[in-house]
Design a protein around this ligand. Structure first.
Ligand SMILES: Cc1cc2nc3c(=O)[nH]c(=O)nc-3n(C[C@H](O)[C@H](O)[C@H](O)COP(=O)(O)O)c2cc1C
Length: 141
């Protein structure tokens, strides 16, 4: 039983490169052992994260993430049972939006800035798929 969950949140304070890479590293280590895969976008103080994996593992992780003091305004954008993963290649990939063609954001949003609070869950998933298709997701060690 696989599920895919997408949420958005606001960083409690601007995250430096070191804090972000520390978060990514511990997430990847934990996710690999829990069988969770996904992608995290961080830009302009906003997090957008897609998690997929077993229902219990994803639910437990999401509950933990919502308690994390590093962010607030956590909003669940989409939660679905899925037949297969679409982001199985990343224990937690990191999307670099500075490399994203603004046209991709404009395709799904009113302006060429990421505002997941104004996007439907469907549009958010489509945006993640474009990130994968245009290879702007990195998995730095
Ligand atoms: C935006 C954001 C995304 C996170 N993503 C993950 C993740 O994918 N996997 C993970 O294990 N922890 C993630 N965390 C960290 C968790 O909130 C939590 O600190 C971590 O799982 C350790 O939990 P524990 O202290 O209860 O063991 C994330 C935190 C934030 C703020």
């Amino acid at each position: 039983m696989l599920v895919r969950l997408i949420y958005a949140s606001r960083a409690a304070e601007a995250l430096g490169a070191d804090a972000l890479s520390g978060l990514m590293k511990s997430s990847r280590d934990h996710n690999a052992s829990a069988g969770v895969t996904g992608v995290l976008v961080y830009t302009d103080g906003i997090f957008l994260q897609l998690l997929e994996g077993g229902r219990n593992a994803v639910n437990a992780l999401y509950n933990r993430i919502t308690q994390d003091a590093r962010h607030h305004d956590v909003v669940l954008l989409s939660y679905d049972e899925v037949a297969e993963r679409r982001f199985s290649g990343w224990a937690m990939g990191q999307a670099n939006l500075s490399r994203l063609n603004p046209g991709i954001l404009l395709k799904y949003s009113e302006r060429a800035v990421l505002d997941p609070y104004a996007l439907s869950g469907k549009a958010t998933l489509a945006l993640f798929e474009e990130l994968v298709a245009t290879a702007v997701i990195a998995c730095p060690g």
